[in-house]
Design a protein around this ligand. Sequence first.
Ligand SMILES: Nc1nc2c(c(=O)[nH]1)N[C@H]1C(S)=C(S)[C@@H](COP(=O)(O)OP(=O)(O)OC[C@H]3O[C@@H](n4cnc5c(=O)[nH]c(N)nc54)[C@H](O)[C@@H]3O)O[C@H]1N2
Ligand SMILES: Nc1nc2c(c(=O)[nH]1)N[C@H]1C(S)=C(S)[C@@H](COP(=O)(O)OP(=O)(O)OC[C@H]3O[C@@H](n4cnc5c(=O)[nH]c(N)nc54)[C@H](O)[C@@H]3O)O[C@H]1N2
Ligand code: SF4
Ligand SMILES: [Mo]
Length: 721
Amino acid sequence: MIEKRPSTCRLCSAYCPVVVTLDSGTVVKVEGNHDAPLYGGFICPKGRALPALHNNPDRLLTSMKRQPDGSYTPIPTDVAIAEIAEKLGQIIAEHGPRSVAGFIGNPSIEQVATTPVMLSLLRAIGSPMFFTMATLDQPNINVAEALHGKWEGGRMRPETLDLFVIVGGNPVISKQYFGQNPGIQIKQMMKAGTKLLVIDPRRSETARRATLHLQPIPGEDATIAAGLVHLIIEMGAVNRDFVEQNAKGLAELRQAVAPFTPAYVAERAGVPEEQLRAAAQLIAEAERCNIGTGTGTSMTGRGTLASYMFNCLQTLRGFWAGEGDEMLYSPVLLPPASPRAQPRDPIPPTGWGEKMRVRGLEQSVAGLPAAALPDEILTPGEGRIRALFAHAGVMRTMPEEERTHKAFRSLDLMVTHDVTMSPTALVSDYVLASTIAFEVPVISFIPELNSVLHPGYGYPDPFGSLQPALVEVPKGADVIDSWRLYYRIARHLGLQLRCGSLFATDGRPLDMENEPATEDIYACIADGSAVPLERIKQYPNGNVFEDARTRIGAREPGCTAQLDLGNAEMMADLATMAAEDVAMRRGTNAEYPLLLIPKRMQNVTNGTMRLEADRLRVATNPAFLHPDDLAVHGLAPGDLAELRSRHGMIEVVVEADADLRPGVLAIAHGFGRAPGQVGDTRRHGSNVNKLTSLTDDADRYSGMPRMGAIPVSLTKLRAAA
Ligand SMILES: Nc1nc2c(c(=O)[nH]1)N[C@H]1C(S)=C(S)[C@@H](COP(=O)(O)OP(=O)(O)OC[C@H]3O[C@@H](n4cnc5c(=O)[nH]c(N)nc54)[C@H](O)[C@@H]3O)O[C@H]1N2
Ligand SMILES: Nc1nc2c(c(=O)[nH]1)N[C@H]1C(S)=C(S)[C@@H](COP(=O)(O)OP(=O)(O)OC[C@H]3O[C@@H](n4cnc5c(=O)[nH]c(N)nc54)[C@H](O)[C@@H]3O)O[C@H]1N2
Ligand code: SF4
Ligand SMILES: [Mo]
């Protein structure tokens, strides 16, 4: 029997509405959903390939237990959970709750109930050791907001803008800043007169559409931001009224950016001075604008300073949503909000919880520093982490693969969930086979939650949806929605779990007698939501709830809060930057002539969608270079080469990309096999995190190391077959 049912793709945070064709319960086709609002029927090739993911012959259908010789044998899921719970009980009894840690990464986009239930278990145990990928992604955004202060009204809505500035991001591919059909969103915005300024060393898919594209040397975003601030002040383009009412520190800022003259910045960042001035002119002329930074900025060093300076630029121009404006991300599943057109004072960026035993790191506004995790495991002594629950592709996505691997293998207990025997599964003691895509009910929570954490996510109109699971798990499969692991462990250990809105500590108690349904966990997440779940459920394609549109209120008469333009640490960083030896800082030389930068590819999301022989045909992560650079290295597209950094070496397939700035090598992460596994570069790609270090140039607040603008060398190995 053929039927078509609405659902949502969860392979990335864009959460595109889809229509799934089922043939007697098997997923045979996935298309965009034209009956769903906001997205205009958009779907990307990964969404269309979901049937292949569902029907993947390599799918993990039973849980696995690692044997002493490193091999894996199937184990019934309930037996695995009982064994894990017993081991965990022993570890806690012997070493205390801090020896147990959880780690949440991107798979939580698909398994939305995992985070609240894992967190609830850690709280019930008494462990503060909850890590997420956020501190290896864009923690600079949260830290910069803490240092600068937050504008309660948030950012201006895209359709009202004269100018959108994208720095170190590529929304056309990543969907960050334009989550619903980015191509159309950007096209419509520009048709209505909005200009687009893109700053990227690559003429990216987004840069191609830009009114103006600056193509700088990687790692200079903070320099460019300082230069733009310098110019805006010099041009007399500061919004005096806004700054007088809402900000302090202008004098300090003016002084700190004095060295960042257009000539200095242009020379240092490798952009023509006229282009830098033209960019400042666009910003000075705009009445309404939004400046968004992406992973290019966060990974390539000085991300915090760059984001802080771009926030200062927004404040200098008064680019924040004003009284009467509609809020950019009105709550639907989150509790109602009543933001006002006023600032909130800066808050301390760190000091929010557990201190690490390594490198003086501690919980920041972006969470516990994930880059400290391997050393927290490896460093002996009281409180050492001995058990780790990971819902992420950490073996490929954490910096410094070798050290990360050593740490994971020295745990007493490592548990992960997976849908294949991925590299992360292959270093774990237990691998819990989990449900996938349309086997899991879906709620529009992730984009909304992300809107609280990052300005590039969320539904610009108050959209909500809740859709049931569409298919049964395959016959004979022993797989679970991954949150059940944590629930069942709690039951084994006699612990009461609680779950609530935004993962509240005082959420409501879960029924520990009768195991809840996944929808019950979603209901907890939606506790106190702006739009009741009962209403949301009534719309199979999702709905925009007009009555949930929230307007920004007037400033409170007694408001004395001020945004800070002159944070002392940021001003000191500007001074350091102005005084440093640029070549030393950059680290390129005759031995390491190229700068490696991160990029996202259309047909994969980090480490997901790696199917043998699937029609997306992404097997490897090529190293892209400008054709002139290929020629200099005696390389032709398709050749194999050795790519070396000061921290490690990988084999790569090289490809030409004339859109890259010469001297830059762009490569995606999330590839390669598990340590020790034999790999074929052309079939499996290589792990870029063999080239990174957990401690290289780490951010003092989040501990995030440099994961881009890495000096590398390239040597030819073999010509293309
Ligand atoms: N060098 C370098 N490192 C990076 C980055 C970079 O740019 N450069 N980017 C960083 C960033 S921003 C991020 S967010 C992280 C991402 O890193 P992670 O958060 O680790 O995310 P993924 O690689 O997407 O995780 C995918 C893995 O999850 C497994 N998986 C487990 N459970 C499920 C499930 O229920 N469903 C599905 N479909 N898969 C499951 C899949 O097998 C796959 O191996 O990487 C970070 N690391
Ligand atoms: N198709 C697809 N979509 C994804 C993902 C994916 O893997 N695939 N991953 C998801 C995740 S986890 C995240 S965090 C988001 C990230 O979303 P984005 O931050 O938009 O990520 P990218 O698309 O890699 O864009 C980063 C851009 O920064 C540029 N860049 C590199 N170095 C520098 C630099 O020093 N300065 C400047 N100005 N630019 C630089 C790169 O050339 C690239 O075009 O995307 C999400 N969406
Ligand atoms: S993978 Fe593609 S179809 Fe799926 S949510 Fe992301 S952009 Fe949408
Ligand atoms: Mo990310």
